[in-house]
Structures are given as structure tokens and as C-alpha cells.
Design a protein around this ligand. Sequence first.
Ligand code: FES
Length: 326
Amino acid sequence: MSHRLRVTEVVAETADAHSLVLTVPPQLAAAFAYQPGQYLTVLVPQDDGSVARCYSLSSSPHTDIDLKITIKRVRDGHASNWICDHVRTGDELELLPPAGEFTPGSLDDDLLLLAGGSGITPMMAIIKSVLADGNGRLTLVYANRDTPSIIFAAELAELVRRHGDRLTVTHWLDSERGAPDPAALAALVVEARAGTPYVCGPEPFVAVAREALRQAGVPEDRVRVERFELEQVTTMDATLEVELDGQTHRLPWTAGKRMLDVVIEAGLNPPFSCRQGHCGACACRLLSGKVEMLNNEILEEEDFAEGYVLACQSVARSENVSITYY
Ligand code: FES
């Protein structure tokens, strides 16, 4: 279910990135409890429904009272540009509660964080949480176009000053070294020799970082990835009809919510595993209606031809959607 939260501060982080501070009223505190690394989904109204867009929380539940999301302008990005141009202190935003699996298993783990541009957002939440309430050591490699485009530059410098024994930050600036390349990043990774790898950023950065980790000998299944620039999707409130375990259920489906969450929250027991569009465990067949997937790394053309979709990545694109798990 979506909720309206008030924006209590707008912070200009760089020339093209804003943070919005959101205050959660006491009656919504439980709904908006979160883990470092999770995101909020903002529903931006438009003519034929709303655009759902996910923004990672840069605030930490361990150090911050209010929620903070950071939005960077995207060329032709309706939702991001609408937020940057229109949202002011005192406005209300319609949001879905926190979600996402890009969260450390333990704040005592050592972590290697590879961030590109606005992919720093969930990393900030993780860094602040580990430094405040855990024992893990953190190595951050942070790639940006140039110095003025570094989001949270001063905050990171201050954290290094206070926690230099546990936090190392290496900035990669395209203006000085060119775009990141796998071999050079791999050399940094080998040098750091540190912890579980987390990767977040635009698609080209994620591809380079994954290849760098592969070259550094890190097994693929240890790498945690968050794609920051999820495609923008137009979505709408809908009704979902589900055939599962010999029964048919009709469920209300809020705009922007993922199909798997709708089914789980109705108390049903659908199959799933990664919840990130990697494994295919949540695949079901679309009988009627339209959905759109936010991410898909497993289904291929022949699967689409048979009607398969990933429940963990699907949002509604028509008012009635019918699926089956047979
Ligand atoms: Fe793995 Fe959906 S649960 S792809």
C-alpha cells in the first residue's frame, strides 16, 4: 500500500543531484522501518497512471531519524527530472515502503563497495550503519566524472577522518584517469583484498565492476549487485488473478508494487529465491493483461513466447492481470 510522506528538507548535493529528507509520522514508523541498502519507490503521477521509480535510501536506520533519498537528473528521465524540478520543502510524495535485498548480512562483515555516480546512495547507508553499530572494515571505490560531481564528498571525507582505521575511500575520476576499465579496477580490488563485494551504479559501471571482480578472482556468486538506474516504468493500480496450489485468488495490486510482494502479502506461498531477477525461481505464466519487468537476467525470447514473466520484477501495466504457476 502506498503512503504520503512530507518532504521536510531539500538538499542540493551537486549541480544535478538533490536529496529529499522525508519525515515519517509515528503511525507509519513500522511500515517505513528499513535496513541499510534498501530503497523507496516513488510514484510520480502522469497522464495514464504513475511512473514508479526506485531510489535508494542514503540515510541509515542506525544514525538518522528521518529518511533520505538522493535523486540525480537523468537525461529524458521523466520521474527524476520531475522530482528535481517540482518537489519542494513542505510537499508530500506518494511512496511505497522500503524494499530491496541489497543489505549486508551482518554489520560486522568486511565489505568492498564499488559505486559509480549516484550508486553511492545505498553505500552511504551501509557505511554509516557499519561504522556506527558494527565492527566491519570498509573499502569504497567510488567512480565519478570529475570532482564537482562527487555526491557526499564532504560527508565521506569526514567519515574517513573519524574512522580512518576502518574506512578507506579511493576516488576514481574520469577527468583524471578516463572511464573505469576492468583491469585497473581489478588491480584496486586485489590491492584492497577486502570483504564481500557490493556493486551499485549505472549499467556500464556495473558491467565493468563485475568484470573487474572476475579478473580479480572473486567468485560471481559472492558479488551483490544493485542496478541504480532501473528503467522507468509506467504502472497503475490493478487486480491480479493468481492460480496457485489448486486455487484462484483475486488480489488488489497497488501501482508500482512487484507482483511477488502482492502474492506473498496475501498470505500465499509462491516460489522465489533471489528476488532480483537473476535466478528464475519466481517465474509464472501470464494468461492475460500486461506487466513490465524492472530487471530480467534469466528469461529469454522463447520464455517470453510461452508467456513467462518474473513475479519478483513485474509491475502492473493493465488494470486486470491474470497469471498461473502451472
Ligand atoms: Fe529470482 Fe525472481 S526470485 S528471478
